[in-house]
Design a protein around this ligand. Structure first.
Ligand code: SIN
Length: 327
């Protein structure tokens, strides 16, 4: 390296590390930084900084530090925060069709799910979100949901009768629990641990990453590996912010988002087994958590009852959309 090149490299480093970024994106989410979503939000922030040479800084706020998912939609609209990644259920008030993803037993496996997200159905849903004044970016994964409770362990659907379950704000999830005779109650994610601890609710439904990273296992007596429904996310950006964002930087943000999406989905797939092992180790060590693996016959019994709710949502979500997703 010549002396001149060395000076130029040092100067470039000083410029990028000394000066404040020209643009700041506040990125709010509600889960722990060590979940697939949390890790991908941090990955995105790092890539945006690299790709824009420090001109854009993404500040990630995990664990509902800034906003709950309900409040974040309004914050995006008025420009108090620029990005968020709420679960599908949290869009119910804006785009009720996104409750499609909440329908129990809709997806056979992750490949089926991704075909829906990344195909015409997923695009149609994104267009609906765009029409409501948000920039709909990419779909991120969490995982299939598992049931848990402090009351009667959940083996057959009838075991859920009379039990109180925390749900996200989705009419589909409300109907799903009512179908098995349970009492659903909407609560923000940040209140779930204390609600379980204090007996405000008896149980809930969570992917393993949320169940483990939020330590719900500490306040639940049994976990049923039901894989009965899916929890995923749509990354959204404030339209107000994006419309004024410089055109030359937009492709960098999109590139960082696409890379983060690949990374996020890989993390979601690989962390699933890691979290299960950790929960199993806790159960073995303490003897305080019973893990139930459903037989095909038991799981089929849950499926049969829960899918009876589909016709209730033909009007809201659209029968065509549901059938297209099933195919
Ligand atoms: C999340 O994964 O973002 C939280 C989902 C929930 O509210 O249960």
């Amino acid at each position: 390296m010549t002396k001149f090149v060395k000076i130029a490299v040092v100067a470039a480093f000083l410029v990028s590390s000394t000066f404040a970024a020209e643009y700041t994106i506040k990125f709010s989410h509600v889960v722990s930084p060590n979940t697939p979503k949390g890790k991908a939000a941090n990955f995105f922030a790092k890539r945006v900084k690299e790709l824009t040479n420090g001109r854009v800084e993404v500040k990630v706020f995990p664990n509902s530090q800034l906003y709950t998912d309900k409040a974040v939609m309004k914050a995006l609209k008025i420009g108090n925060v620029q990005m968020a990644v709420p679960s599908f259920s949290k869009f119910t008030g804006l785009v009720p069709q996104l409750q499609l993803f909440d329908l129990p037993f809709l997806f056979k496996d992750v490949n089926h799910l991704h075909a829906v997200m990344d195909g015409p159905v997923g695009q149609k849903l994104k267009d609906m979100v765009t029409k409501r004044g948000f920039v709909a970016l990419n779909y991120w994964d969490n995982g299939f949901k598992q049931l848990s409770t402090n009351k009667k362990p959940l083996v057959w659907p009838s075991d859920a009768k009379g039990q109180k379950f925390r749900i996200m704000s989705s009419k589909v999830l409300e109907a799903q629990f009512k179908a098995v005779g349970a009492n659903p109650q909407v609560l923000p994610f940040s209140e779930v641990y204390s609600a379980l601890q204090q007996g405000v609710v008896d149980g809930g439904e969570n992917p393993l990453s949320n169940f483990y990273t939020k330590k719900f296992y500490e306040v639940q007596k049994s976990l049923t590996l039901s894989n009965h429904g899916y929890l995923g996310y749509l990354v959204v950006m404030s339209k107000r912010f994006w419309d004024k964002f410089p055109a030359d930087l937009k492709p960098k943000i999109i590139q960082a988002m696409n890379e983060a999406t690949v990374y996020e989905r890989k993390e979601a797939a690989s962390l699933e087994g890691v979290f299960l092992s950790k929960i199993e180790a806790y159960a073995k060590k303490t003897g305080k958590l019973k893990i139930i693996r459903l037989t095909p016959k038991q799981r089929e019994a849950w499926r049969k009852v829960m899918v009876t709710i589909y016709p209730q949502f033909y009007g809201v979500i659209g029968e065509k959309l549901i059938k297209a997703a099933q195919k």
